[in-house]
Design a protein around this ligand. Structure first.
Ligand SMILES: O=P(O)(O)OC[C@H]1O[C@](O)(COP(=O)(O)O)[C@@H](O)[C@@H]1O
Ligand SMILES: [Mg+2]
Ligand SMILES: [Mg+2]
Length: 284
């Protein structure tokens, strides 16, 4: 990453931090569904659209950003002549809103046009809308967690994955899991504590906080699982790897994924090295 890219990435993080209180303030009254579906067939909530509009306006306005792509829009949008491309899942786990459970925003910054490989990622970040609003950013220099006050003020601390794993969270219905993944899950459940919120950001954030493993596996009738390669898997894998952990799609690091379709899906397993090695062996 060039020095000028470093400044540009900081601008993207600042735009995300500025958007976060605004996105959160827009949750009230927006948990309902619209009549529309996104490119992967999910019914869009008013809150999904609202978060996307805020991010598109703020991130798309930056000089350094040339492309903006969202889970909520079919095509990549040209937003200027800048060298960076940004992918966003504007509201991750948005169906949690009706139960007042956590949601998030996931963002990836690439120095290549989208769709792009995980190896083109230069930075990634997520925001967690929990009891507090926190933003976790990752670059080649490491991982930082910011707590964002409603007036936008931020405090920060550096983050690394704890050595001793404590928690796990696995997505999908158990009867839909493969035999190999079911065997792996059975062993893990005897060792770690189940914590699953149904929002990837919250579930990965607790792995980063306590150590452990998050997975949304390939399913019997859906071998690529549920989570989106570009918008969810690659940025979250980058953050976990930058914090000292590992990622796999079952065969290799999620960062080796090179989606040719912007909205493709991938199985994903993230967390402490030893747990991810075991997942790879179990799924071999
Ligand atoms: O309800 P399930 O099948 O466990 O799926 C949960 C997963 O789906 C998601 O909610 C998908 O994200 P979106 O809300 O952005 O579509 C992830 O956050 C989460 O990991
Ligand atoms: Mg999501
Ligand atoms: Mg989403």
């Amino acid at each position: 990453m060039m020095m000028s890219d470093g400044v540009a990435v900081a601008d993207v993080f600042d735009a995300l931090a500025a958007a976060a209180p605004e996105i959160r303030a827009g949750f009230a009254g927006r948990a309902g569904e619209t009549d529309d579906h996104n490119a992967t067939g999910d019914r869009q909530l008013h809150a999904d659209i609202h978060a996307d509009e805020i991010l598109r306006d703020r991130v798309g306005a930056l000089d350094a950003v040339g492309e903006y792509a969202s889970e909520e829009a079919e095509h990549v949008r040209d937003v200027g002549a800048g060298p960076l491309s940004v992918s966003v899942d504007p509201l991750d786990g948005s169906s949690n809103l009706s139960a007042n459970n956590p949601t998030g925003t996931i963002l990836g910054v690439y120095d290549a046009p989208l769709p792009a490989s995980g190896r083109d990622l230069v930075a990634a970040a997520y925001v967690l809308y929990g009891p507090l609003t926190t933003m976790v950013t990752a670059t080649a220099d490491g991982v930082t967690r910011y707590t964002i006050a409603s007036d936008g003020r931020r405090t920060d601390e550096s983050v690394s994955l704890p050595d001793d794993p404590t928690v796990y969270g696995f997505g999908g219905r158990v009867p839909d899991w493969t035999v190999d993944f079911t065997d792996y899950a059975r062993a893990i459940k005897d060792e770690l504590k189940l914590r699953y919120s149904g929002a990837m950001v919250a579930d990965v954030n607790q792995v980063l906080t306590y150590g452990g493993v998050f997975a949304y596996p390939g399913l019997r009738d859906r071998p690529r699982g549920k989570l989106r390669t570009q918008f969810e898997a690659i940025p979250m894998a980058y953050i976990v790897e930058a914090a000292g952990g590992s990622s796999t799609n079952g065969a290799h690091s999620v960062l080796d994924a090179d989606p040719d379709d912007l909205h493709s899906r991938t199985p994903i397993y993230l967390g402490n090295d030893a747990l991810i090695d075991r997942a790879e062996r179990a799924l071999d």
